[in-house]
Write a protein that binds this ligand. Structure first.
Ligand SMILES: O=C(O)CCC(=O)C(=O)O
Ligand SMILES: [Fe+2]
Length: 317
């Protein structure tokens, strides 16, 4: 795997206008930019002020507090779902640690998980995780609404919006303290619907373009990276791109990042709408349940596959 990559300026899309509501001229203009960026790159940089500066500062403090806990404490946060509880100490990616919060927009759920880490409770921590997730979920919903409108899929809007839960996964990548670049997180596509990433000032995220070139992403301190995952790629019968991405680390400083992941609920069948299947666009994937797909992804065959989605439910065309 090569480590060279070049800077690419992802499209920057402005979601800060107060009049950004469905049906307005502003909405349609942003919608057009969103569609173009997701077709070209599968991701873009979003300016979104609904998460205020104080909350952004608070979340990075919360992350430091969390990852500074003793390892035994962090290990108490186990989850039945792979990659949802504490992940770390992996020999293949020794710099990486992460912790997931299921239903991160719901305070009771966050509090229940927080109390595993801090048995006496930690109200500030829970509130920070929950309000950050809740505010950012508005951006996820705007983007998904714009995508459905762009493909004239309004009749599926309620079903689609109700089909997802939110996971907030927070991450720390230790600085490798060497001159060479070290792998922080290996190349993958996200398996969920939409991912929204935010990070501190330490860079490291790289995205692969459709023609296979790796690009370093240098988001501004206030922006968010919005990215398509495989579930949405499959549901849209391949209309939008879900990009490979990875994290490469250099230097001494730790990189803190977080992702808000909209994830299809278990039992919900992801099936491309008939409007998106025709002679020119034959069905790419058989209907599937996300939990079952994740079950496959974490098997040896799933981890080895170049595209776990294709192996799991791809249609031979
Ligand atoms: O840390 C990042 O910026 C990327 C993390 C990521 O790709 C993931 O959690 O799926
Ligand atoms: Fe990812």
């Amino acid at each position: 795997m090569g480590t060279e990559s070049t800077p690419l300026k992802l499209p920057v899309i402005d979601f800060t206008k107060p009049e950004l509501k469905p049906g307005t001229v502003e909405w349609d203009s942003v919608k057009g930019q969103v569609l173009q960026a997701l077709q070209d790159y599968g991701c873009f940089e979003a300016l979104f002020e609904k998460v205020p500066t104080e909350l952004r500062e608070a979340i990075f403090e919360a992350l430091e507090e969390l990852f500074d806990l003793p390892l035994e404490t962090k290990l108490r946060n186990v989850s039945k779902k792979p990659f949802h509880g504490y992940v770390g100490q992996y020999p293949q990616v020794p710099l990486f640690e992460s912790m997931g919060f299921d239903d991160a927009d719901i305070i009771e759920k966050v509090e229940a998980q927080t109390s595993i880490l801090w048995p006496q409770g930690n109200t500030d921590f829970s509130k920070t995780i929950q309000s950050f997730s809740k505010q950012l979920s508005d951006l996820d919903q705007m983007v998904r609404r714009m995508i459905l409108e762009s493909f004239n899929l309004e009749k599926y809007m309620d079903e689609h919006m109700d089909s997802a839960n939110y996971l907030l996964r927070v991450m720390k990548y230790e600085g490798p303290k060497t001159t060479e670049t070290k792998l922080g997180l290996r190349s993958h596509t996200d398996k969920n619907i939409v991912t929204i990433l935010h990070q501190n000032e330490v860079e490291g995220l790289a995205i692969q373009s459709k023609d296979g070139e790796w690009f370093d992403i240098k988001p501004s301190k206030d922006s968010f990276i919005v990215m398509i995952g495989d579930s949405l790629y499959a549901w849209l019968n391949g209309r939008l791109h879900s990009p490979y991405h990875r994290v490469m680390m250099t230097g001494d400083k730790a990189r803190y990042s977080m992702g808000l992941f909209s994830i299809p609920k278990g039992g919900y069948m992801i099936k491309a709408p008939e409007e998106l299947v025709d002679e020119e666009h034959p069905l790419l994937f058989k209907p599937f349940d996300h939990i079952q797909f994740m079950g496959f992804y974490f098997t040896e065959a799933g981890q080895k596959a170049q595209s776990a989605l294709k192996v799991f439910c791809g249609v031979e065309n």
